[in-house]
Design a binder for this molecule. Structure first.
Ligand code: FPP
Length: 244
């Protein structure tokens, strides 16, 4: 927490942090290695950052692992990434459970291979009762796709007469999103020096703070994470209002 000199109060750190983990490919390229080598290094970083969260006061961490647009990559890279996600779940499941992490996946599972979806479902079930920390992994996720799927389900409810069209408001739509049980992110971090949001949590990040860091994801240490969280506490969040 950081001290606010004007009000003599402490501003808390972010409860929900979302991360666009960018730069694995360039990290590998700098070492003359294939892109998948960078993704493997990135997966190790995921482990470090997840482990650091409880001590840093982060109760919700949401990470962007694969976007609805990432299918445009080569078959080799896509297959490599899917294999990496499977192995990550197989290898980390026990520790995630032991460390009290509740894991959820967001995104459209329809296009994902059944073996991976089974592992995702099992991990969600296995960790559902955990309360120390919440890890959400966005896999085949796109913000526009998520809102479109929510609107489609909502339209169906209206068609079936279970909801009246003039009852639909933002709060109701949010209940149809993949993130329905999560608070909105307070802080969105993107690594690798790119300053764009790439279709990540479009609805949920309406009032999030953003931090763009130059570090490539495989080099993003828990120490740098802690520094970014600290700088968040200096920010003045007004949510459209005027400071009293
Ligand atoms: C973006 O970097 C990264 C991805 C599309 C994949 C993210 C995946 C991981 C961090 C690996 C493991 C994740 C889990 C959940 C186990 P990029 O490939 O676009 O990098 P570049 O911009 O330098 O090419």
């Amino acid at each position: 927490m950081a001290r606010d000199d004007q009000t003599d109060t402490f501003r808390p750190g972010p409860e929900h942090v979302a991360i666009i983990m960018d730069g694995n490919g360039r990290w590998a390229q700098q070492r003359g290695r294939p892109r998948l080598y960078g993704h493997h290094a990135g997966a190790k970083r995921v482990r470090d950052i997840v482990e650091a969260c409880p001590d840093l006061g982060v109760r919700y961490l949401t990470i962007f692992a694969f976007s609805t647009e990432n299918w445009k990559r080569t078959q080799t890279e896509i297959a490599g990434l899917m294999g990496l996600f499977r192995r990550y779940i197989e290898r980390e499941a026990r520790d995630l459970c032991r460390n009290g992490v509740c894991v959820r996946f967001i995104g459209d599972r329809v296009k994902l291979e059944p073996k991976l979806v089974d592992l995702m479902d099992n991990l969600e079930l296995m960790t559902a009762g955990n309360t120390r920390m919440n890890l959400t992994i966005a896999l085949n996720y796109g913000g526009r796709d998520e809102v479109t799927r929510a609107a489609r389900r909502l339209a169906y409810e209206v068609q079936e007469g279970r909801i009246k069209h003039d009852e639909v408001d933002a709060e109701m739509l949010a209940r149809f999103l993949d993130t329905r049980v999560l608070p909105d992110p307070d802080l969105v971090i993107r690594t690798s020096g790119e300053a764009r949001i790439s279709n990540f949590l479009l609805w949920q990040s309406a009032y999030a703070e953003y931090e763009f860091v130059d570090t490539l994801w495989p080099d993003f240490t828990p120490a740098e994470f802690a520094t970014v969280l600290k700088s968040y506490t200096q920010r003045d969040r007004r949510f459209g209002a005027v400071k009293a």
